[in-house]
Design a protein around this ligand. Structure first.
Ligand code: NIG
Ligand code: FE
Length: 389
């Protein structure tokens, strides 16, 4: 088994929780990697002998970003819809139909190439784990196909047949829910770890509380774990549904009531509030107060939600910068939410922290400190580190 030591780390942000700020920073550090895992870390002065050596020249090293919410399997884009929003129209999920049409029309190879490009774009910006949802197929074959393709890139695949009610079922929602909870789920489940639903009373296209509950309960019976899109377009029942069913994550949380916040705080060991500030940016929505959520004891995560409608950005550094500027987080809190927080949202203990035994998924900054991620917003300073070993 070969080993590599990474030296020249001005700031190693372990996110191991051993310091009061949670960041566990070691200055002038080294990390030894063996067989894709962290075998040793500590001050550079104590570095053990290894086969290979990589000197990163006084830069910061962080856990690779964990993007715990994306919809990468789609064809086409909706730039016109974005431009219309920037001149005053609002988002209600109706544009998803256009992406469904384009995605159904694409070949497997075309979709695979698009996902590969987007995953590479993420890695080039420091993301080492990505969750990928289906949801632009909305037929048995197209949803199973999206998940089969997503599975080629990640183990974190999510069945989102309950993204919207497709046009052909608009007058017969109940039949579509039966399809999603029956044969579509059966076809999707072998390729998915998770099931998700867009629970949103403010969109005529999304699912009501009762429909969403039926989808999640069926998914759980099929062996899938639960995630929810909730409280995106207004106050609603998504957060309480997610907490009630013990979902790993409820995502968006743009509009939260005091009882939502209390419920999330009580469920902090089980259910993470995943914040998606790229969506507030791209839909001109108000940003939720992440600092207040932390203060209340809520577990939070940050993710991109990369999708053609509400946020066509694959950039975790962009999301981190927005969370600092617009949601009240410190640069360190935002890094924690994008690493350990989003690992928790995926119920993964092997990523999101740099500790002995964890996967050696490391992100290198072309800067001496994690603060530069938000301080130098828009400058491409983060990239996933490729290490031999
Ligand atoms: O997470 N809200 C539902 N789904 C996506 C948007 C999908 C789209 O508009 O294409 C989201 O925001
Ligand atoms: Fe989403």
């Amino acid at each position: 088994m070969s080993s590599t030591v990474v030296t020249g780390i001005a700031e190693l942000v372990t996110c191991d929780g051993t310091t009061t700020d949670g960041l566990g920073i070691i200055h002038d550090a080294a990390v030894v990697i063996e067989d894709g895992h962290v075998a040793w870390l500590g001050p550079a002065s104590g570095t053990p002998m290894t086969d290979h050596h990589l000197d990163v020249g006084g830069r910061a090293v962080l856990p690779g970003f964990v993007d715990s919410h994306s919809h990468l399997v789609f064809a086409g884009d909706r730039g016109d819809e974005f431009a219309a929003r920037m001149s005053g129209t609002s988002y209600d999920g109706g544009g998803i139909a256009a992406s469904v049409t384009a995605t159904r029309a694409a070949t497997d190879d075309e979709l695979r190439a698009l996902v590969a490009l987007r995953v590479a774009e993420m890695r080039a910006q420091g993301t080492t784990t990505v969750e990928i949802k289906s949801g632009y197929g909305l037929t048995i074959e197209d949803e199973a196909r999206a998940l089969r393709i997503a599975r080629e890139f990640t183990t974190e695949t999510t069945f989102l047949g309950a993204h919207v009610v497709p046009r052909e079922y608009a007058e017969d929602r109940a039949t579509y829910v039966e399809l999603v909870t029956g044969p579509m789920l059966e076809a999707a489940a072998p390729h998915a770890r998770w099931i998700d639903v867009f629970c949103e009373p403010h969109s005529p296209h999304a699912f009501t509380l009762d429909e969403a509950r039926a989808v999640l309960v069926a998914g759980r019976a099929a062996g899938l774990e639960l995630r929810v899109h909730g409280n995106q377009l207004g106050h609603g029942p998504g957060v309480l549904l997610a907490v009630d069913l013990g979902a790993a994550s409820v995502d968006h949380c743009t509009y939260l009531s005091a009882s939502d916040v209390n419920a999330l705080a009580d469920a902090a060991d089980t259910t993470v509030a995943t914040l998606l500030p790229g969506v507030e940016f791209s839909t001109r929505s108000p940003y939720p107060d992440a600092a207040a959520l932390l203060q209340a004891g809520v577990s939070i995560a940050l993710a991109t939600d990369c999708n053609p409608g509400t946020c066509y950005s694959s950039s975790m550094p962009f999301v981190i910068a927005l969370a600092v500027r617009e949601m009240g987080l410190t640069p360190g809190e935002a890094v924690l939410a994008a690493t350990t927080g989003s690992a928790k949202a995926l119920r993964r203990g092997d990523i999101g922290r740099i500790v002995v035994g964890a996967r050696a998924d490391l992100t290198l900054l072309d800067a001496p400190s994690h603060v530069h991620l938000s301080y130098r917003a828009g400058v491409p300073i983060a990239k996933a580190l490729d290490v031999q070993a």
